[in-house]
Design a protein around this ligand. Structure first.
Ligand code: AMP
Length: 580
């Protein structure tokens, strides 16, 4: 099978694959990059015998178009090339992290083209070595059946990865390629500190990898942890520099688990809690309903030197809340989760009475995450008398949601102040999903010298990109699909920012365009602002918050991303996606 190929993104991967196509008798018609003048584009055009093309024209006359850009640009490029594609053309991307979801917009516009993904699972340090490494490499594929024939024709071993498993696949690849390198850097540091040559360890590494390939990980495991040699492990721990010990301990736990050995002494050395060592579930959480009890429990814990991690929520817990609990559990001796649907932060026509609640499910989640205390007070307990005192944070609460929901943030900062006062010195974990809330609470703790450190945690998304929220439970299946426009708008904006867009008005325009394309959705705001003050900005520079609020029916949804712009470089943080 031969034909005409076009390439967007002539980096190492794209160029190597295009050369593989040429070897199979294909012709490369056009090559496009960030700009038609880029050296890499001109070099690639000479090497591949192809015409330099504008991205928007690259598909003309091509049977197959390869998008080999950085992961975050794939979606934008796919849309940009859309109108140039020939009917029935096959568009492929080479991203390991992105699945076919990256082509959703393209497919909405061009139902007559085919899509696929092809990610060679091999490192390509440069074009010359790359050409040798492609034949024989494993290759993750998705989409149209022709992708499989192409991968096979290039000499690779294809295997299919569905979008639902994509992030886990890519995490495994990162562990294999990147964490392993990080680990070898640790070997190098420790070897240097003991004045022994790093090179001496490399044959050991190679033979360990060969043994795993031959025998599987469990049978290939050797060494003191697998043997249950506690004396040696304790001497390692004592001898290691402080900075190296955490990695040794966490991989030591993994090693012990793999060995299948039950050894209380090793478990204690490697910090495995006793209750978990023999496969038991963690103990039930203590549920506290009064302020006095919670205050007393926190004071008693601090009296024994324990540190406290606090996770304030309104309950109906999902994975976003659970990451906060996990962060608190990882860093503190006592973890307090609060569940309180705070009337003060709901407006008169808002959803207070129907806000979803499920205390028993929440207690199961808290138990599974190892929370020690759940504070679930009644409204009467929290507000014995009507509150005459409220806490107001000026400026950062005025725009965005503050403008749409008068009084909302005063309700939030007042209840959070009460919780901080009851729990006392602690670290409180908040999600970046509610970016304005996080900014207000951070500023409040600073301005009022509250003895609480506020920590922001990543925004957690469903596998398809929707930001997790207790309010997603309100959405009908149809609305649930419409709601994806929010994350789609952010992804589109991210694509543009990462390829150089710095004009805030243009980014707002992109957000509006994607959101407006979804008829069931009513925009409340689509804003580009300074990440600390939350004031709207004209040009993207430094830390920027791109935030959206929209209504679908009676449900109000928010979403955002943080962008860090340093000159020509921009990094967009859309948070994390769950894998299924
Ligand atoms: P709520 O129960 O909605 O008041 O949220 C309680 C805490 O969980 C807040 O700090 C939120 O920012 C955080 N949270 C809610 N949804 C998410 C999410 N999708 N990702 C990360 N954090 C979240």
């Amino acid at each position: 099978m031969t034909g005409v190929l076009a390439l967007v993104g002539p980096g190492r991967a794209g160029t190597v694959l295009a050369l593989g196509f040429i070897e199979q008798g294909w012709r490369v018609s056009r090559v496009a990059g960030r700009s038609v003048d880029a050296v890499s584009v001109r070099d690639a055009s000479l090497l591949l015998g192809a015409e330099v093309s504008d991205v928007a024209q690259v598909g003309v006359g091509a049977d197959v178009v390869i998008i080999a850009t950085p992961d975050d640009a794939v979606e934008t490029v796919a849309v940009q090339i859309g109108s140039s594609l020939e009917p029935d053309a096959l568009v492929l991307h080479c991203s390991g992290a992105r699945g076919l979801g990256a082509f959703r917009e393209l497919q909405a516009a061009r139902a007559d083209v085919r899509v696929g993904a092809m990610h060679p699972l091999v490192s390509l340090p440069n074009v010359l070595t790359g050409i040798d490494r492609i034949p024989g490499a494993w290759c993750a594929i998705a989409g149209d059946p022709q992708v499989e024939s192409i991968a096979t024709a290039l000499g690779m071993h294809p295997f299919r990865v569905d979008d639902a498993e994509r992030s886990r696949y890519h995490a495994a690849a990162s562990i294999a390629a990147n964490h392993l390198v990080g680990l070898l850097a640790q070997v190098q540091r420790i070897a240097a500190s003991a004045d022994v040559p790093f090179e001496a360890f490399l044959p050991l590494v190679r033979s360990a990898v060969d043994n795993v390939a031959e025998l599987g990980p469990r049978a290939a495991l050797t060494g003191p942890i697998a043997r249950g040699d506690t004396g040696t492990v304790s001497r390692h721990l004592a001898a290691l520099p402080d900075a190296e010990r955490d990695t040794y301990i966490s991989l030591g736990r993994e090693t012990l688990r793999l060995s299948g050995r039950t050894d209380p002494v090793l478990e204690a050395m490697l910090g495995i809690p006793e209750t978990l060592s023999d496969g038991e579930a963690p103990g039930p959480v203590v549920v506290v309903e009064t302020i006095a009890e919670l205050r007393a429990a926190c004071e008693a814990a601090r009296g024994t030197g324990a540190s406290i991690g606090l996770v304030p929520t309104m309950g109906y817990l999902h994975e976003g809340h659970r990451t906060l609990m996990r962060a608190a559990r990882a860093h503190h001796d006592l973890v307090v989760l609060t569940i309180f649907v705070n009337p003060l932060q709901f407006g008169p026509n808002e959803d207070l009475s129907r806000y979803p609640r499920d205390l028993s499910g929440d207690l199961d989640a808290a138990t599974a995450e190892g929370v020690d205390i759940v504070f679930a007070p009644s409204v009467d307990e929290m507000y014995r008398e009507p509150a005459l005192t409220t806490v107001h944070v000026a400026e950062v609460t005025e725009g965005l949601c503050g403008a749409q929901r008068p009084g909302h943030f005063d309700g939030v900062t007042t209840v959070v102040t009460k919780l901080f006062s009851i729990v006392g010195p602690s670290t409180a974990y908040f999600g970046r999903k509610d970016a304005q809330q996080l900014a207000a609470v951070t500023r409040m703790a600073r301005d009022l010298n509250l003895p609480v450190t506020v920590v922001g945690c990543p925004l957690v998304r469903e596998a398809d990109g929707l930001a997790m929220s207790s309010r997603n439970a309100y959405l009908s299946p149809e609305q649930r699909a419409q709601a994806l426009a929010l994350s789609r708008a952010l992804v589109m904006a991210a694509g543009e920012i990462e390829v150089g867009e710095r004009d805030a008005a243009a980014v707002r325009h992109t957000l509006g365009r994607v959101l407006d394309a979804e008829p069931g959705l009513e925009i409340e705001y689509a804003e580009v602002c300074d990440a600390d003050t939350l004031a709207p900005i004209a040009a993207l520079d430094g830390r920027v918050l791109v935030a959206i609020a929209a209504r679908i029916g009676t449900t109000r949804l928010i979403d955002n991303m943080t962008v860090v712009v340093e000159g020509a470089h921009a990094r967009c943080d859309l948070g994390v996606r769950t894998s299924s």
